[in-house]
Design a protein around this ligand. Sequence first.
Ligand code: SF4
Ligand code: SF4
Length: 472
Amino acid sequence: MYNPSSLKAEEFICHDEIMDTLAYADTNKDNLELVDKIIEKAKLRKGLTHREASVLLACDNPEKNNEIFALAEQIKKDFYGNRIVLFAPLYLSNYCVNGCVYCPYHAKNKHITRKKMTQDEIRQEVIALQDMGHKRLALEAGEDPVNNPIEYILESIKTIYSIKHKNGSIRRVNVNIAATTVENYRKLKEAGIGTYILFQETYHKESYEQLHPTGPKHNYAYHTEAMDRAMEGGIDDVGLGVLFGLEKYRYEFAGLLMHAEHLEAVHGVGPHTISVPRIKRADDIDPSAFSNGIDDDIFAKIVACIRISVPYTGMIISTRESQACRERVLHLGISQISGGSKTSVGGYAKPEPEEENSAQFDTSDKRTLDEIICWLMQIGYLPSFCTACYREGRTGDRFMELCKSKQIQNCCHPNAIMTLKEYLVDYASPKTKKIGEELIKREINTVPKEKVRQIVEDNLGKIEHGSRDFRF
Ligand code: SF4
Ligand code: SF4
């Protein structure tokens, strides 16, 4: 029976409720009176239920769809302004005991190059990432209690935070590792992680079990309940996501929003982020083998509908997607993107030799971080390397309260300007620097509070003279 407050996976992600929701959405997708009502509710910027959002996702009336896209753009602007936060993934190890059929790291893949970085190799990688300008990482590792025990992950986090190369530092480490115990989540929290990210892959239990035939990840309930354990372990910020293409997208969309509603009902705070990966080609993975792939139009609609359904939740897109696709969805709701990414184990300090291949997926956007920063500014965005919230203790409900009171805008915007300035001084190419300095001059005038503007101007001068890490 459906119960968003239950701690049992099959009750808060209830299959029957999803099927009823999809039927309700099908029945009502042409009910323009209801569609209008839901759009009006979304305009209040307090979010939508999974049922309401599913009606909008199913609606194929072109005029209404234009309204949905326009509203998503407006909400994106109101909550996130023109800022885009940058991060990079860092793959520590691709040893994995699971049998996920869509991932080349599955245990039966004998020809992929298996690697696990030593602490010294991690150090080299982090120096290379700092030299690119990155401040925020997403750690990735396969599930393997022998090769990648929690102690290895914790030691790696410690190593990463300890490296201060030139003016560089990694200020926020988000972690994407397999579902684990409350005790291990507590250890991750103590190690100072930012967000704990775990993709559900699919919310459809039967498909989930088929797609994860072997290994601990086969256990649907253990995986689906991981965020509750993470929160019990003290991690305030969790990141959800599904791998679009595995199951029917409308099913996944309803499940994703039900998961968000569950976190809100039980922990009083929804997900910090939602990621929207789509299946991509990789070593022994052919995306055409999965019949539920979605095209760019549906993908854009999903992003827009998530944006208006959970306005306070950040949305992430990786270099899996092409430049053109990323540009389209940035307008509709994405707030964080990766840049200059390597999806192999290592590869930042020196490129992986041709005879080796340890990548989890092929990237589509292969531009350097500098090219991405330059591009973002040219299309009207303000790139940000801000990591202030979690370092100021603004996590979980404190973060959400701040968001809801709109005060977050007084932090994000000046922090974006100051962290971009650091990037321009330390790492940018001459072309990027020129565009960036002009952008900062314009953006500084849009800081509403005179006092804040004054502080930012002072700090920009101090950054020119070598000081770093100012934040609100
Ligand atoms: S998706 Fe994760 S758990 Fe599954 S095979 Fe890949 S690395 Fe392992
Ligand atoms: S101030 Fe907080 S919410 Fe805003 S960009 Fe920085 S870390 Fe993110």
